[in-house]
Design a protein around this ligand. Structure first.
Ligand SMILES: *Cc1c(COP(=O)(O)O)cnc(C)c1O
Length: 240
């Protein structure tokens, strides 16, 4: 596995997709998703110049982050259990997966207790299928004012995981729907939601064409993870 070469290839594909849609490579940040991969592998990516990484489980991230240079920045991209919030806050620069008003309220309360100001994205289940986590769009419309009123949280955008499909174009309607929902929430509330976290190995170029500001790419950089289940059903310690 030549991680440096993979990173270079992914970066050039990001730049090409950005240019194709009238954007620049600087408009899109690559999150290298390291779940299931050991710290040694992440170290290779750091040596190749990658600074931003994504993990989907707090426990796994906690162990890995402790072994790696503090220059690495981490985003939590998987479901956050309420009993892991206190551990998560000091580890992650951004949480992409606030998926209910209840969880967001808990994060705000704990952030206040611990003196953090977390940057967060709201996860949306645009399709109503696929990912079992995420706000349904109507629920988010209903809850949005209350979310904005929560203390401490810097709500910077939205995230989605479309249903898995081999065909990248199949994700386009879900990415477009997320962008449209973001635009709607901005115009009805006056809030600024600059970030769209969408696109994985299979469909990140389509996501960029639809406005992604963060793409979350694992397999194209680090190779296949060991089990199929880990890819879409990260069970173990962070399952509900
Ligand atoms: C694992 C994961 C990714 C990366 O998936 P790849 O298909 O390996 O690029 C992206 N986002 C989330 C939320 C993930 O859990």
């Amino acid at each position: 596995m030549d991680i440096a070469a993979n990173l270079e290839l992914v970066s050039s594909r990001i730049a090409a997709a950005a240019e194709k849609s009238g954007r620049t490579a600087d408009d899109v940040e690559l999150i290298a998703v390291t779940k299931t991969h050991p710290a040694e592998v992440v170290r290779e990516a750091i040596a190749a110049g990658q600074t931003l990484f994504g993990e989907n489980k707090v426990q796994e991230a906690r162990v890995k982050i402790a072994e790696l240079p503090s220059s690495a920045r981490w985003h939590l991209i998987g479901h956050l259990q309420k009993n892991k919030v206190r551990h998560a806050l000091p580890l992650f620069e951004m949480i992409h997966s606030l998926d209910s008003l209840e969880l967001a309220t808990a994060v705000g309360r704990i952030a206040e207790e611990e003196g953090h100001r977390p940057r967060v994205l709201l996860e949306v289940n645009v399709s109503g299928e696929g990912s079992k986590f995420g706000f349904k769009p109507d629920r988010l419309r209903t809850d949005f004012e209350q979310l904005l009123a929560l203390p401490r949280l810097s709500i910077e955008g939205v995230m989605t995981i479309p249903p898995f499909n081999q065909e990248p174009e199949a994700s386009r309607p879900f990415f477009a729907a997320l962008r449209e929902l973001r635009d709607e929430l901005q115009s009805t509330s006056g809030a600024s939601l600059p970030h769209l976290s969408m696109g994985m190995t299979n469909d990140f170029e389509v996501a960029i064409e639809e406005g992604a500001t963060f793409v979350r790419v694992g397999t194209a950089i680090f190779g296949e993870r060991t089990s199929w289940r880990k890819r879409i059903a990260p069970e173990a310690d962070d399952a509900p």
